[in-house]
Design a protein around this ligand. Structure first.
Ligand code: AMP
Ligand code: ZN
Length: 436
């Protein structure tokens, strides 16, 4: 079956042909770790998890390398740590752990590599030196800046005019810049800010160079797929291309660029001031991770997604119905239809429609479409265990564990056990089965 993916670079759906089928390589921009991840941040995690699982299915588990970074050096982190009077490392460590447990609860596999930017500072400095030596960058007043005029195809991903790019990047006009579009690779740090020694003085990297350095170090000069939210297309991804191609003799950086659409809440941009801001951790208190994941994937990843309580309830109901009627039958035709939908640019809504037609949950579980669905759950339903109640109890137990109320979490586990339901905690969250 041919996998077809929409490539933002060519603005078309293309047949996917990996550079090396023995090592299919994908990089996705990860979170900046200064606060709880919100449900919008969960979208790229879930979408590219489905792609990761699909690639592993097609090319074999050992032949896919997935890198998702942790941005642990950033001005927002510095500001938050100062505000809370805690160390940067403490803030970034705790936020990283929270993020990892949140996305595991959404049924996402850990990537093969989860590099932290602070571990790649030397790579970043070397890359900037190469850019300066090859005429793509210059040093000025403790900064290193990328010279946009040195790359004639700058803007090829977002296909914007210079004027639009200037507006989109909210470019800072600074006396040390040759051109207002030039962007920061390295900037000076005051003594109270994190900094590393460099040829341009003590300082810290710009955000864009972090991803170029980490992807280059772990995946090589050219790799197959680069993903992230649509908001990152410009300037972040445009600048990653300029840096990586500039530092690698113009060799192409990425074959396929993929961007997920934005998520809104109840028809509005999610924001704290509107009171419609949901962290993943908040939602997991009320909804099983599986419901959140399913709700996310019912919309095609490139479409805008309106996250509503109504759609969440609907998602929960659909899942329950499916578990109630699913039969363990697998025919080749069915698998083909399901996979064909996914291979058509990750058409998850279509894949679910195929699933619905055929009542075939096992395959979905295998691909992590539903993340948690197991044959046991179907059997459990047959044994008249109330799936809804079990999922609710698991959610309550997760909430208790989050606040370290282990007495309560043990009580819930034991209560389920007394009804014959055994819980298993694993890297993909909690699964359950019925004791026979
Ligand atoms: P950030 O930590 O803001 O850099 O975001 C991490 C990832 O989440 C990026 O890939 C963003 O594009 C993505 N993202 C942030 N907000 C949303 C949203 N509301 N909808 C979809 N994706 C988002
Ligand atoms: Zn990035």
């Amino acid at each position: 079956m041919v996998l077809r993916l929409y490539n933002t670079l060519t603005k078309s759906k293309e047949d996917f042909a990996p550079l090396d089928p023995k090592n299919v390589r994908m990089y996705v921009c990860g979170p900046t770790v200064y606060d709880y991840a919100h449900i919008g941040n969960a979208r790229p995690v879930i979408v590219f998890d489905v792609l990761y699982r699909l690639l592993r299915q097609i090319y074999g588990e050992a032949h896919v390398t997935y890198v998702r970074n942790i941005t642990d050096v950033d001005d927002k982190i510095n500001a938050r740590a100062a505000e809370e009077g805690r160390s940067i490392r403490d803030l970034t460590d705790q936020t990283t752990r929270q993020f990892q447990s949140d996305v595991a609860a959404l049924g996402s596999l850990p990537p093969n590599h989860e590099p932290r930017a602070t571990e790649y500072i030397t790579k970043m400095i070397t890359m900037i030196e190469t850019l300066i030596a090859s005429g793509h960058a210059y040093a000025a007043e403790g900064h290193a800046l990328y010279d946009v005029s040195s790359k004639p195809d700058y803007g090829k991903l977002s296909r914007r005019s210079i004027d639009e790019m200037m507006a989109g990047a909210r470019v800072e006009v600074a006396p040390y810049k040759k051109n207002p579009m030039d962007f920061v690779l390295w900037k000076p740090s005051t003594p109270d800010l994190p900094g590393w020694d460099s040829p341009w003085g003590r300082g810290r990297p710009g955000w864009h160079i972090e991803c170029s350095a980490m992807s280059g170090a772990l995946l090589g000069e050219t790799f197959d797929i680069h993903g992230g939210g649509i908001d990152l297309q410009f300037p972040h991804h445009e600048n990653e291309i300029a840096q990586s191609e500039g530092a690698h003799h113009g060799h192409p950086f990425v074959k396929v660029w993929m961007h997920n659409g934005f998520l809104q809440v109840e028809g509005q941009k999610m924001s704290k001031s509107l009171g419609n801001f949901f962290t993943i951790a908040d939602l997991l208190k009320d909804w099983p991770g599986e419901v959140l994941r399913f709700n996310m994937l019912r919309t095609h990843y490139r479409q805008p997604l309106d996250w509503t309580i109504r759609s969440l309830k609907e998602s929960w109901n659909i899942l329950e119905r499916w578990y109630g009627v699913a039969e363990p039958i697998a025919t080749h035709r069915l698998s083909d239809d399901f996979l064909a939908a996914l291979c058509d640019d990750l058409n998850t809504p279509q894949a679910f429609a195929e699933l619905h037609k055929a009542n075939e949950m096992e395959l979905a579980g295998g691909l992590g479409m539903l993340g948690f669905s197991t044959v046991q759950e179907k059997i459990a339903t047959k044994n008249a265990v109330d799936t809804h109640a079990v999922l609710a109890a698991i959610a309550a137990r997760n909430a208790a564990r989050k606040v370290k109320d282990f007495k309560e979490s043990d009580r819930i586990r034991d209560e389920l056990l007394s009804k014959g339901v055994v819980l298993k905690d694993g890297p993909e969250g909690t699964t359950w089965e019925v004791k026979r």
